[in-house]
Write a protein that binds this ligand. Structure first.
Ligand SMILES: *[C@@H]1O[C@H](CO)[C@@H](O)[C@H](O)[C@H]1NC(C)=O
Ligand SMILES: *[C@@H]1O[C@H](CO)[C@@H](O)[C@H](O)[C@H]1NC(C)=O
Ligand SMILES: *[C@@H]1O[C@H](CO)[C@@H](O)[C@H](O)[C@H]1NC(C)=O
Ligand SMILES: *[C@@H]1O[C@H](CO)[C@@H](O)[C@H](O)[C@H]1NC(C)=O
Ligand SMILES: *[C@@H]1O[C@H](CO)[C@@H](O)[C@H](O)[C@H]1NC(C)=O
Length: 348
């Protein structure tokens, strides 16, 4: 993706015709014929003097067939309990918070997921049947900073994860980490065990990737500030936030939701933030999470956040009782979020 046209490849060429038509049809917009679109596309190529589209710029769709075959081999049981959407959620979660590590000169591989919340790690552990969950106590005084890790270092189980991730990752640096895993796994299990796929996957609002990514990196925020120009003297501002070092993925998410802004976070050198504000824009966010729910405790924050949104839309916040209830709900949002208290290294 490092070509001078990488922007274009993300926003334009990268969208394979099939997926594009599918999504446009789903959205009921841009109902043009494939030929029409293809003609326009060739014009675009000509105008921009682009000779050919390399295969690597074409995003692929999620494909779990090799994963499911290997799952059967490993456990001698099928993987019906793992729906495609659950797997896609898990991939989004891993791209946010997982560590795909190769060390000892490429001889050893490991997978680590670090969270403050143990329940989500046990949930994943039980679903996929891999690794162990470990508690990392931080001493008596730092009890609130305890954290947990799901650690997988059995090479056969890493191979299972490699089959799951191969061709199904959206972020460049994750794909690079996976390529090191695959080199190491092929050294161990034989050269042609797994063929590395370099293409990023096509993510959309019709799959659960963003839900997983939000469980890892997202934050739902409500702030109540005094402002004498308003009735009862308060302004309620709602925000959906995603923090990431990779601004490319955030820009892509912004384009998917078709709302919000990506900025560098003040006080940092290279952490970006995607922010959605505004009651109308937040509807788009709510609709997505209704279709693809969160699995971490953030689901509780989201629920309360949505209640506040409804109350404001219905002007309940303009009454004294309404405002008091919103204040109460606001205090319960993000109390136990990993984003407010991130512990442990999840992205070495
Ligand atoms: C074709 O491209 C032009 C200019 O880029 C654009 O205005 C037009 O809407 C496109 N038509 C279709 C059918 O995509
Ligand atoms: C999914 O991957 C398998 C194995 O590489 C391939 O045979 C199959 O055609 C792919 N399916 C789709 C829909 O691309
Ligand atoms: C978050 O970390 C701070 C500082 O280490 C600590 O005081 C606070 O109790 C923690 N909060 C939660 C919810 O863990
Ligand atoms: C979220 O809202 C609180 C007020 O409830 C505010 O103090 C805090 O800075 C906000 N957090 C972010 C990340 O914007
Ligand atoms: C936060 O976590 C603590 C301890 O795990 C729990 O007792 C409390 O109810 C949680 N608070 C919210 C708002 O979820």
């Amino acid at each position: 993706m490092a070509s001078p046209y990488s922007n274009i490849s993300v926003y334009f060429f990268a969208i394979c015709l099939d997926s594009f038509m599918l999504i446009s049809t789903l959205n009921g917009k841009n109902l043009i014929s494939t030929t029409q679109w293809a003609n326009n596309l060739s014009l675009y190529f000509l105008e921009n003097k682009i000779q050919s589209v390399s295969e690597t710029t074409c995003e692929t769709s999620f494909n779990f067939s090799l994963f499911r075959i290997y799952y059967y081999k490993l456990f001698n049981s099928n993987s019906e309990h793992l729906s495609d959407n659950w797997l896609i959620w898990f991939i989004g979660f891993v791209e946010g918070d997982g560590a795909i590590q190769t060390y000892d000169n490429g001889n050893r591989v490991r997978f680590v997921l670090t969270q403050k919340e143990s329940a989500i790690l046990y949930f994943i552990h039980n679903k996929l049947n891999i690794g162990i969950v470990k508690h990392f106590p931080q001493g008596k005084s730092g009890k609130n900073n305890d954290f947990y890790r799901l650690i997988v270092d059995n090479p056969s189980q890493i191979l299972l994860l490699a089959f799951l991730f191969n061709g199904n990752l959206a972020m460049d640096h994750r794909i690079k980490q996976l390529s090191l895993w695959i080199q190491s796994l092929n050294m161990r299990f034989g050269d042609n065990t797994i063929t590395f796929l370099n293409n990023p996957v096509f993510i959309s609002l019709q799959d659960a990737w963003l839900s997983g990514f939000t469980d890892a990196e997202g934050c739902f925020n409500v702030s109540i500030t005094s402002n004498s120009r308003y009735k009862l003297g308060h302004v309620i501002k709602m925000r959906f936030l995603l923090n990431q070092k990779d601004s490319i993925i955030l820009a892509k998410i912004r384009d998917l939701f078709n709302t919000g802004k990506v900025n560098i976070r003040s006080g940092t050198t290279g952490v970006f933030r995607y922010t959605v504000t505004g009651y109308k824009s937040i509807n788009t966010i709510k609709n997505y999470f209704e279709m693809f729910p969160l699995y971490t405790k953030k689901a509780d924050s989201l629920k309360k956040w949505c209640i506040i949104h409804d109350m404001v839309i219905n002007k309940i916040h303009l009454t004294k009782e309404g405002l008091a209830k919103i204040r109460m709900l606001q205090k319960q949002i993000n109390v136990n979020n990993s984003i407010t208290n991130k512990t442990g290294v999840s992205n070495p």
